[in-house]
Design a protein around this ligand. Structure first.
Ligand SMILES: Nc1ncnc2c1ncn2[C@@H]1O[C@H](COP(=O)(O)OP(=O)(O)OP(=O)(O)O)[C@@H](O)[C@H]1O
Ligand SMILES: [Mg+2]
Length: 321
């Protein structure tokens, strides 16, 4: 597939998501970019902001299988991954695949399950395979996890440790709609649909194999100049030198920024990355990977604030052409 055709399909996907979900186009592009970069997303948002609707809409439009898991304190690793069950009739073990065997997995409120269960998910996310009773099963491509975490610190939750946050390519808050008209628009659409779940009637634009091809276009046909690679490296490097930072970004942060900016270039219809593609993702790709010094947290400094400051202080390369 050529870049031009791939970019057209991306626009078509975004346009059709917008018919269902009321929200900022840039947020939708970021989610699509992360999926194209084969990355997992952590949503940190309040309930009822339309995350389920958004993820279901995307899945349907890109022809992907969709599953949802509600994380609870009693959820076990086997509830996610699956298990082998003894069948008396045939006298053998039969594999019962868990909900992880899908293309798009919405993992709701992951911080409500104990660490052992969280790890099972995070391991599968990283390795794109699972082992059940000693046997390994590859997960079908694409495999993308969108996990949600409630930002309100609730009692009896297990916030993800930093090391596990690193497994998410980006952390995103979609937030409330930005304009008052959009609040009404959500209600008007509900009247028009005459049902709560409008995704039932949605027709896919592409199938999941074509989506994998789009991922390949990002990997093979989007050029990134050395000057932009240096720009990314400098931003990541600076997170480790910043006086307010206790632990800076891992190299994975730089890789995330690299992959996301290439995917964004494609969505914007280009076969080369510009500094703005990198800037667009610095917050989402890096802020969850840094730990601030406690004294600055108490003063009200945020991870996003530090990333913004770094962006202001690193000079982007001059664009040619
Ligand atoms: N931005 C939006 N555009 C269109 N519909 C929306 C939007 N936000 C919320 N809704 C509507 O609000 C309802 C709740 O949305 P949804 O269930 O997707 O939220 P959620 O973020 O998944 O909530 P929870 O965190 O409780 O799972 C749905 O009926 C959805 O159609
Ligand atoms: Mg939901």
């Amino acid at each position: 597939m050529k870049v031009r055709r791939a970019a057209e399909l991306c626009s078509l996907i975004i346009e059709n998501v917008k018919k269902i979900y009321v929200g900022e186009e840039v947020t939708l592009k970021k989610i699509l970019a992360c999926a194209l970069a084969n990355g997992h997303i952590l949503f940190e948002d309040y309930p009822g902001l339309g995350k389920t609707l958004l993820v279901k809409t995307f899945s349907k439009l890109i022809g992907c299988k969709f599953r949802r898991i509600q994380f609870t304190p009693d959820l076990l690793p086997a509830d996610i991954i699956g298990t082998k069950v003894w069948k008396y009739r045939t006298g053998e073990f039969v594999l019962m695949k868990g909900p992880i065997f899908t293309n798009i997995l919405l993992a709701d409120e992951i911080n409500r399950a104990p660490p052992k269960t969280q790890s099972a998910l995070l391991e599968a996310m990283e390795e794109r395979q699972v082992s059940i009773e000693g046997e390994t099963y590859r997960l079908e491509a694409p495999f993308i996890v969108l996990a949600t975490q409630n930002p309100i610190e609730l009692e009896g939750t297990y916030p993800l440790p930093e090391a596990q946050m690193d497994r998410f390519m980006m952390r995103l808050s979609i937030g409330y709609v930005k304009r008052f008209e959009d609040e009404s628009e959500i209600l008007k659409r509900r009247i028009k649909w005459k049902k709560d779940d409008p995704t039932i009637d949605l027709k896919p634009i592409i199938d999941n194999r074509t989506f994998v091809k789009l991922q390949r276009v990002v990997e093979e046909d989007v050029y990134i100049d050395d000057s932009i690679i240096d720009y990314i490296s400098q931003i990541v490097w600076k997170t480790r030198e910043h006086p307010k930072v206790e632990v800076g970004s891992s190299p994975r942060g730089g890789l995330a920024l690299l992959k996301l900016s290439r995917a964004m270039a494609l969505i914007e219809g280009r076969d080369f990355v510009v500094p703005d593609d990198v800037k667009a993702f610095a917050r989402e790709a890096l802020s969850h990977r840094i730990i601030l010094k406690m004294e600055f947290v108490l003063e009200g400094e945020t991870q996003e604030g530090v990333i913004d400051e770094i962006l202001r202080n690193v000079k982007p390369p001059i664009e040619v052409g």
